[in-house]
Design a protein around this ligand. Structure first.
Ligand code: BGC
Length: 743
């Protein structure tokens, strides 16, 4: 029989704090030996207890709820909790773990801090449209500081799922369609959460979690949780890069995805969780499932029952069972009967304990539970300022006929639409602990800025439904104004998880009212709130100006107002293609040329639609400014790129308008002939520059061979010599072009 050494309560804690070794200073070897010394004391039950995470009853982010989690903590059957926050509540639960469980091992506290904890930033898709890595990192930093101040030590972010599927509601949580930009943003977010040096022992950093591994962003028909079926090459070249980048940036946890890949659900996928993630990508942290994803292996049809499902998951390399109770119910028996080698359990527990040591939880399990600090840091003025800054940077000016925008202060404005007066919707999906009572709506902020007497409001209609009874009042209100602003779009619950749509138009009768307002002959501005690319064909034909504001967060009302009135010159650009209609979906800029491209002379037998152009309404990388920019031709330092060499591509960008502005300069390449077909364009670099009115600046992109690598015919990763095109421009569809040869 195994001998159990009984330790006095909290002895582990005293032991480790007596050592006074700072966890990250201790180096991997020291941490490993500390981990082993804890592991040696643990019973099999206690080990399995570390391999589960349960939701508290504070928030629900999935279908089931376990009611007795507090008792499980006490018994050592639950080593991790999510959806619990505030220093008071976290302290209460941590105290039970540390003082009442036999070994006193501290808990991890996870939460979906996706785009802010209390101070909410724009939804992640919106943030990505800023193309501003510093601002995005800052957003994650502020989120981490507020989360850590509220008792948390782990966020289920960044979401690194590439997606070309606007029907899928979860595109709102990611960084859009592009692997290169997505990778840069994934790394920025990890640095923001885990701090510059990945020093998890810093009490203002939190553990990042790369999710949803892998390829969750490509569900067939855009239906959430649906099957994913893609070639390995597409997976490796287009979908894997952002996950890899987040892991390279130091993220110490990964979440499995709900979907299958090539017939094997991710949560049972040894190729993904062990061969690729650990052996090839060198991931050193632990893997947690998504919510009840082990149980769902039964529905997927790869396990006959939950016990079998658990076996598949643990053998695939999944360390922690979120909410499913499968490990809790079956693992012990499976170890005892020899179906699972206890070594596998030890490895999983080692990985989890290691992160707990890195976080410094054994030194001080209450390090995130300082109530005074919580009060001081949550909603700190500089956090709100950062949220305002990112919100403005995330907005994309989609149309601005006759320079309708910016508005002039003091003009009589009619504000129409339910969304104009909504605070809650500004927060978007995954609002964490965001609090809308604290906030101001777009309408409130426009009134404050433009003067109460200069702003007339009428709701007109709801976001949803077909009630037109408010139309007449809205039209009467609009008649009294010089200009009309209509705020339309989706409710915040219409994107995010389990929010797929087959119709991606603006819902309800909002656009119908917009058309009626247009008939008054006054300038009409649309402000859009939405979490996905929408079909805006009707709005584009109707409105004079369209500002894409996404769900802009706590400071969203002010940010929209400042952009509308020209206090900030918009600089955001789309990171997902906006189609003309849902029939073009999936649509993305890095498509292949096909054998019958549309530019061929014959009329019929080409890759095209007979009822719609191939081009999108608004392409990837597109966004206007209140000023204009002119691009010179590209000059190359050489037309030949040698192995281990580089070439520099330079354009001069001039601000040709009368306002200062920021411009995202985008650089793409095309490999003209390959061993496999290659995309017509791939983003390889970008720079966001500031230009005063009339000012010019050179922008230089350095091209090196490694930037041109891909998985070739034989699946090896590398470059192929030959001819390439190089493009630099203001969007994926508006570029200057030159060419070079790779030797
Ligand atoms: C979502 C994850 C989330 C988890 C925990 C799941 O339903 O897919 O993204 O992190 O719940 O809330």
């Amino acid at each position: 029989m195994k001998k159990i050494i009984f330790l006095p309560v909290i002895s582990l804690l005293f032991f480790f704090s007596a050592c006074k070794s700072h966890n990250t200073d201790a180096g991997p070897d020291k941490i490993d030996s500390k981990v082993d010394s804890v592991l040696n004391l643990m019973t099999l039950d206690e080990k399995i207890g570390q391999m589960v995470i349960y939701t508290s009853d504070w928030d629900v982010t999935g279908p089931t709820l376990k009611s007795n989690y507090i008792d499980d903590i006490r018994k050592g059957n639950c080593g991790n909790i999510f959806n619990a926050h505030t220093t008071a509540y976290v302290r209460k639960l941590q105290k039970i773990a540390v003082e009442e469980s036999r070994l006193g091992i501290p808990l991890l506290f996870g939460y979906d801090v996706i785009h802010g904890h209390k101070t909410i930033f724009p939804i992640s898709l919106g943030e990505s449209a800023s193309w501003d890595l510093e601002a995005i990192e800052k957003s994650a930093r502020v989120s981490a500081v507020e989360a850590a101040a509220s008792g948390l030590n782990w966020t289920f972010a960044p979401m690194c799922d590439i997606s070309v599927e606007p029907r899928w509601g979860r595109v709102s949580e990611g960084a859009g369609e592009d692997p290169y930009l997505g990778s840069k943003i994934a790394a920025a977010r990890v640095h923001g959460f885990q701090g510059d040096n990945n020093d998890l022992s810093d009490s203002l950093t939190i553990l990042a979690c790369v999710k949803h591994f892998a390829a969750y962003g490509a569900p067939i028909a855009g239906r959430d949780y649906n099957t994913v079926d893609m070639s390995k090459r597409v997976f490796l070249d287009a979908y894997l890069p952002p996950y890899k980048s987040a892991i390279d940036a130091g993220a110490m946890s990964v979440m499995t995805s709900f979907n299958e890949l090539d017939g094997v659900p991710a949560t049972a996928n040894k190729y993904l969780m062990t061969d690729l993630l650990r052996n090839q990508l060198g991931f050193k942290g632990f893997v947690v499932t998504d919510y009840t994803a082990i149980n769902e292996l039964v529905n997927h049809g790869v396990a006959a029952n939950e016990a079998e499902a658990g076996l598949l998951a643990v053998k695939a390399g999944v360390d922690m069972d979120m909410q499913g109770e499968v490990y809790f119910k079956y693992l012990k028996k499976q170890v005892e009967s020899g179906q699972v080698d206890e070594k596998l359990i030890d490895e999983a527990v080692r990985r989890i304990l290691k992160v707990k040591f890195m976080l410094g939880l054994f030194d001080d399990p209450y390090k995130y539970c300082n109530a005074e600090r919580e009060k001081r840091l949550v909603y700190a003025p500089e956090h709100l300022q950062a949220a305002l800054d990112v919100a403005k940077k995330s907005m994309v000016l989609l149309k601005n006929a006759n320079n309708t925008l910016p508005l002039e202060k003091g003009e009589k404005i009619a504000v129409i639409g339910e969304l104009a007066n909504s605070k809650r919707d500004l927060l978007g999906s995954w609002k964490a602990a965001g609090d809308w009572d604290f906030m101001k709506s777009i309408l409130d902020e426009i009134k404050t800025y433009n003067g109460e007497n200069n702003v007339l409001y009428s709701e007109g209609c709801k976001m949803m439904g077909d009630d037109r009874s408010g139309f007449a009042a809205a039209i009467a209100t609009a008649r009294k104004a010089q200009k009309i602003i209509m705020v339309i779009g989706e409710s915040c619950d219409w994107s995010g998880e389990a929010a797929s749509r087959t119709n991606i138009q603006v819902p309800g009768v909002q656009t119908e009212l917009l058309e009626k307002l247009r008939a008054l002959g006054k300038p009409v501005v649309v402000v859009l709130m939405n979490g996905r690319p929408l079909d805006l064909t009707r709005e584009d034909q109707t409105a004079d100006a369209i500002l894409e504001a996404w769900f802009p967060g706590t400071m969203g009302g002010k940010a929209v107002t400042q952009v509308l009135f020209g206090e900030y010159n918009p600089s955001g650009k789309l990171t997902m293609t906006f189609p003309r209609n849902v029939g073009q979906v999936p649509i993305f800029y890095y498509e292949k040329n096909t054998g019958r491209p549309i530019y061929l002379p014959n009329d019929k037998y080409k890759s095209k639609y007979i009822d719609c152009p191939n081009t999108p309404l608004y392409p990837f990388g597109y966004g206007l400014s209140y000023t204009t920019f002119e691009y010179s031709d590209i000059t190359l330092s050489s037309n030949t790129l040698k192995e281990n060499g580089k070439i520099e591509a330079t354009v001069t960008v001039k601000n040709t308008g009368s306002r200062d502005g920021d411009e995202v300069v985008e650089c793409y390449v095309r490999d003209l002939v390959g061993s496999i077909t290659r995309p017509v364009k791939e983003l390889k670099g970008f720079e966001k520059i500031k230009l005063k009115a009339g000012e010019s600046k050179p922008v230089i992109f350095t091209i090196t061979p490694d930037m041109l690598a891909f998985h070739q015919l034989d699946m090896s990763y590398g470059t192929e010599p030959g001819d390439y095109k190089l493009f630099i421009g203001t969007s994926s569809a508006d570029v200057k072009e030159t060419s070079f040869k790779l030797e």
